[in-house]
Design a protein around this ligand. Structure first.
Ligand SMILES: Cc1cc2nc3c(=O)[nH]c(=O)nc-3n(C[C@H](O)[C@H](O)[C@H](O)COP(=O)(O)O)c2cc1C
Length: 155
């Protein structure tokens, strides 16, 4: 078992809307990095279609996935928005900044991109939280041991 697999993290779908082209990408490399101001960092591979959109965007959304949304994590983490509309069969609404909010997510956070840092084959996008909504209090999906794990409801 590789050591790196012991680093567990949340699984979210980061959503974006650049000139009315919407997309979402499953992201496990996400963490809070500042309390005041409230900042969140996401790490996005430079080869991803989402990277191109985010480099040109002012905002991104974070849909925190519940333990019942493994299929959503797989869908947004397998296909590329460059040649496939991942939202085609997914129910969603739009946030204040016109970012897709995936139905049945645990929570949604809207961020304004305030910094970008080069990080090898990824870019770190730093988002300042501008709004946050908790929809339900279920357990999340997490990434650990190199796989998607569903946290049991009684944990
Ligand atoms: C559980 C899981 C976690 C992932 N975490 C990340 C991540 O943190 N950063 C990243 O760039 N890609 C991550 N990926 C891969 C992207 O989600 C995947 O390459 C996606 O298809 C890219 O979509 P896009 O081309 O529309 O941007 C992850 C995939 C899965 C299944």
């Amino acid at each position: 078992m590789a050591v790196i697999g012991k680093l567990y993290s949340s699984i979210v779908v980061v959503t974006m809307n650049y000139k009315n082209k919407i997309n979402g990408i499953t992201v496990a490399w996400i963490t809070r990095v500042s309390i005041n101001p409230k900042l969140i960092a996401i790490s996005i591979g430079k080869s991803r279609f989402s990277h191109e959109l985010l480099m040109n965007s002012r905002y991104f959304g974070i849909c925190i996935l519940s333990n019942k949304q493994k299929q959503i994590a797989e869908l947004f983490g397998t296909y590329s928005g460059g040649n496939y509309d991942k939202f085609k069969d997914v129910e969603f609404s739009f946030s204040e900044k016109n970012l897709p909010v995936i139905k049945d997510s645990l929570a949604f956070i809207e961020c304004e991109i305030v910094n970008k840092y080069d990080a090898g084959d990824h870019t770190l996008f730093i988002g300042k939280v501008i709004s946050e909504k908790l929809f339900r209090n279920d357990k999340p999906l997490i990434f650990g041991e190199h796989k998607i794990l569903e946290v049991k409801n009684d944990v």
